[in-house]
Design a protein around this ligand. Structure first.
Ligand code: AMP
Ligand code: MG
Length: 427
């Protein structure tokens, strides 16, 4: 089993983890509880490299060769033997042949001779330097060299890049393009990967219709379904789209149970706060599920549910699309990654400087959609709160470059304050 993420370190603002009676649970506390539930999938399969893109390595991969495999030329030029450079130059060597990348490179070089050699070609036996072609002059079959080469000049030695037996990639690493290139260069034609995490999702709300549909009064178009379909569209996730369910407890329970039988994780949107039409907590309990987290000191998105039902983990996101997005980004994705056995789950963060001022009420850790501004010349970006002519919150989210993390105790943001920023990577 892959190592579980370090559960003792702070994740976001590091605020206290266990709430007083009745108080909200901190973001870090909620995430800690969520990750404690997220046992990585154990099933693995061996796949050819070209079918394993984006999947999670089930075991560490070690090099069973050293690289480069053989001494080879770093440049186009002439392979020479230093023994032929006695006395003062210039020296004249007879051109005895050529060796290109892919040739066996076992052609003997007679004394006083040289071979034309190209980048990547094996160094012929007995040769100990490559003189680049720019430092030579050819006259018929004779190559004139004016400067004495250094031993090993322009030769990439066998084994100098990578030692036999060294760890190429750890278990839990996603096989991205760079990782795939490394494995391919070391000759690994197939890898053991974890099976994809199955995530079932559905939206809740009697008001929801598909975009494109004609709306009756009181109805709205479903945004969250498309958000989730997008964020779950990853090689290591297998999605199960359970559609959109009206606010009817019987239908919600039926869909939830059906989803939990097929999936490692069930994600829903809407219906998790305290209104009469917020059925998900009761439905989860009625279906035999457990609630581990209910209210979190996070803005936006306070009402959310983390729990389990059968063998599946449950995440109930708020219905408000911005809240749903933020909670998915901050908590949901990390649960999914932990289930997948991905080790590096900490989302990238950069330090930025506030380009705005704002009073705020302390007590909740805030993730504010924000845009990156100019560089200050020392590598720090300023950050601006996303603003737009339309003050539509989903539009602001779509225009943002990431989420600005404002620690729970902060009661005022001053221009120039250094803050953490979680850049979006999805465009
Ligand atoms: P709820 O959490 O179900 O009370 O929903 C909170 C708000 O978000 C309400 O205004 C809902 O109409 C809205 N909402 C819920 N689900 C969605 C969705 N899938 N797409 C767009 N808006 C939604
Ligand atoms: Mg609702």
């Amino acid at each position: 089993m892959s190592p579980s993420p370090a559960l003792s370190e702070p994740f976001y603002c590091g605020c206290e983890t266990e709430p007083e009676q009745g108080a909200l649970l901190s973001v870090d506390g909620a995430l800690r509880r969520a990750l404690a539930l997220a046992v990585p999938v154990t099933e693995t399969e061996r796949l050819p490299l070209d079918r394993a893109h984006g999947l999670v390595l089930a075991e560490a991969v070690r090099a069973d060769v050293s690289l480069p495999l053989f001494d080879n030329s770093a440049m186009d030029g002439y392979a020479v033997r230093l023994a032929d450079f006695s006395g003062d130059g210039p020296w004249r060597l007879r051109l005895a042949g050529r060796v290109a990348a892919g040739d066996a490179g076992d052609m003997p070089v007679p004394a006083g001779a040289t071979l034309r050699i190209f980048t990547g070609a094996a160094i012929p036996p007995g040769c100990d330097a490559v003189v680049i072609q720019e430092l030579t002059r050819q006259e018929g079959e004779t190559i004139e060299i004016r400067r004495r080469p250094e031993p090993g000049e322009n030769i990439r030695r066998a084994g100098e890049d990578l030692a036999f037996g060294s760890e190429l990639l750890p278990a839990g690493r996603r096989l991205g393009p760079r990782a795939a290139a490394l494995l391919a260069s070391a000759g690994c034609g197939d890898v053991a990967v974890k099976r994809r995490v199955r995530i079932a999702y559905f939206s809740t709300g009697s008001e929801l219709r598909s975009p494109g549909a004609v709306l009756a009064p009181g109805q709205i178009w479903n945004a969250n379904r498309y958000h989730l379909a997008g964020v779950l569209d990853l090689p290591w996730i297998e999605t199960i789209d359970m559609g959109s369910v009206p606010d009817r407890p019987d239908l919600l329970q039926q869909t939830l149970e059906q989803a939990s039988r097929q999936a490692d994780m069930v994600v829903t949107t809407g219906g998790v706060s305290v209104g009469d039409e917020d059925h998900m907590p009761a439905v989860l309990r009625a279906a035999g599920g457990e609630i581990h987290v209910m209210k979190v000191a996070i803005k936006p998105g306070k009402p959310l549910v983390i729990g389990r039902i059968g063998a599946a983990r449950y995440l109930g996101l708020p219905g408000n699309p911005v809240s749903a997005f933020v909670i998915w980004h901050v908590i949901g994705m990390r649960i999914a990654q932990a289930l997948a056995g991905i080790v590096e789950t900490d989302p990238p963060r950069i330090l930025v400087r506030a380009g705005f001022e704002r009073p705020r009420r302390s007590g909740r850790c805030e993730f504010l959609p924000a845009r990156l501004g100019s560089h200050d010349g020392h590598g720090t970006r300023t950050v601006e709160i996303a603003t737009s002519e339309v003050s539509h919150r989903v539009a602001l989210l779509a225009q943002a470059d990431g989420l600005l993390l404002i620690p729970s105790e902060t009661d005022r943001i001053q221009r120039g304050d250094m803050l953490e920023f979680l850049p979006f990577s999805d465009g």
